[in-house]
Ligand binder design. Structure first.
Ligand code: ADP
Length: 483
């Protein structure tokens, strides 16, 4: 997975986590709202049921009271005890009800042996209960508005969004208005009151809209996810930087092995021993010859040892030269993708490319060549570094870096073209000479090593200028035989 794909994957995962988390939070909140609504509705139902049961009890009590002292008319005190009961009427055996509805209700009451309801008027908020009894029947008028025990009501009547109504025969009496507005979700509650004599339905309804969702929590969760994501990306970027630094160090180490300093140190180390021995032996031989008489045999042996050591020193120099001139990499060739090697080198140079505002393009072809991977990487890295050094010398707007890879005639070819100052005519023939440089602090070993490596792998490295301006370096290496 490339770093860009990695970042995209992390980003998509983050978006998914934020979305799923927010969804779960919203569902939880809706669940909470629903259970709070249902609890409130059940409490409302219980309170109103208690009241209607109380009405039945009052009616029963009235019929029991009539055997006592009628002169006091105890039923007339009922409204002061039960504020919802507005008036109590009595019909003795010798009287008739003022309206027919009461009469019908009384008949029903005597049939069912419990109170009967009549005169339900939701406009005025009143209804009547009639209880048939002997010697007198009773009718009470009940005020729905006063029937609700507001002090025990589970919601704030004015501000609660829940709408509560009593429903009877399709008509509704609103006890609590709630918020009528449009909502995406609606919770409903409907249950008949417990007292059979007053068959009202308690209907409660709550509409929940977008604004009721836990936006703060959802936002918090999203921010949290974003922060975690940013941390993850930062970590990933840090890791990539470290990997790049390590790779650069590795390339640098390979390069440094071939630099003058390392070479000199190696030579010094290898030559020091034999040269010291040569010195010691010739000094000893000199002293032996000065003796009287001179010790010719021993002196000759010392000179022989000195000559042996001198030969050893010469071998060291010869070996070193062979290593430098013809790196033995021909035996380590393997199929490698030229494009992949270029991409890897570009990745390592990304900070530098960004700094110089250079955006090289590379096609999506795959050209498989035979090469030693580290040597190939080294060459490409050197060519690109040189190109960037050249580009740093020209104004930002004029910098272009063109990379072409193609296959043809048994060779894979990579061309790196920059729009830098180009190569002076007198410099061009000397470019691949060891220690040739025009840069302050340059060693002049880069291109010479690259050429040696290219030749060592059976390829070539050439340089040219190109129009309108800039240098072009072309690396050719044998194509890998098709599998
Ligand atoms: P160094 O980079 O240490 O000078 P090199 O062998 O890499 O050694 O390069 C040798 C010389 O070749 C450079 O000093 C520079 O003059 C020249 N050169 C290399 N690449 C380019 C390029 N892309 N454009 C112009 N000159 C270049």
């Amino acid at each position: 997975m490339t770093p860009r794909h990695g970042r995209l994957a992390v980003l998509l995962t983050g978006v998914a986590v934020a979305a799923i988390g927010s969804f779960v939070l919203a569902r939880l909140e809706l669940g909470n709202l629903r259970s709070a609504f249902e609890t409130d509705a059940r409490i409302v139902h219980r309170l109103l049921s208690q009241r209607t049961a109380q009405h039945e009890a009052v009616m029963a009590m009235l019929t029991l009271l009539q055997s006592g002292n009628r002169a006091q008319k105890p039923e007339q005190r009922i409204p002061s005890v039960y504020p919802q009961i507005l008036a109590v009427q009595q019909r003795s055996d010798d009287e008739t009800w003022p309206d027919a509805a009461l009469r019908t209700a009384e008949e029903e009451s005597s049939r069912s042996r419990r109170a009967a309801m009549t005169g339900v008027n939701f406009a005025t908020g009143r209804y009547q209960l009639v209880q048939a009894a002997i010697p007198a029947s009773y009718a009470v008028q009940i005020d729905l508005r006063n029937m609700v025990p507001w002090e025990e009501w589970p919601m704030s009547r004015e501000t609660s969004p829940v709408r509560v109504m009593l429903e009877y025969k399709g008509e509704q009496f609103v006890l609590q208005p709630g918020h009528a507005g449009s909502g995406w979700w609606q919770f409903d509650f409907r249950k008949r009151l417990a007292a059979e004599s007053q068959p009202f339905d308690v209907v409660a309804m709550l509409k929940v809209g977008w604004t009721d969702l836990p936006w703060i929590k959802m936002l918090g969760w999203t921010l949290l996810t974003a922060a975690a994501l940013a941390a993850l990306l930062a970590l990933e970027r840090q890791r990539a930087e470290r990997r790049r630094a390590e790779e650069l160090l590795r390339l640098g180490q390979v390069a440094r092995l071939n630099t003058l300093g390392e070479l000199a140190a190696g030579i010094a180390h290898e030559l020091n021993q034999p040269l010291t021995a040569v010195l010691a032996n010739t000094q000893a031989a000199g002293r032996l010859l000065d003796d009287d008489p001179p010790e010719l045999g021993t002196a000759r042996a010392a000179m022989q040892r000195a000559a042996e050591q001198a030969r050893r020193a010469s071998d060291v120099v010869g070996r070193l030269r062979r290593v430098v001139e013809r790196p033995d990499i021909a035996g380590q060739l393997q199929p490698v993708s030229l494009e992949a090697a270029v991409r890897n080198a570009l990745y390592l140079l990304e900070p530098e490319l960004r700094r110089l505002e250079v955006k090289p393009e590379l096609g999506s072809t795959t050209t498989t060549i035979l090469a030693e991977p580290v040597a190939l990487e080294q060459i490409i890295h050197n060519l690109l570094s040189n190109a960037l050094q050249a580009l740093a010398q020209v104004p930002a707007g004029t910098r272009t870096l063109q990379i072409d890879v193609h296959a043809g005639a048994g060779k894979g070819e990579l061309t790196v073209r920059d729009s830098g100052p180009g190569i002076a005519a007198d410099v061009l023939p000397r470019l691949f000479e060891p220690f040739f440089t025009t840069r302050d602090g340059g060693l002049g070993l880069g291109l010479s090593l690259c050429e040696s490596l290219a030749v060592g792998m059976g390829g070539t490295l050439t340089a040219a200028n190109h129009a309108p301006r800039g240098a072009a370096f072309t690396l050719q290496l044998p194509l890998a035989p098709a599998a």
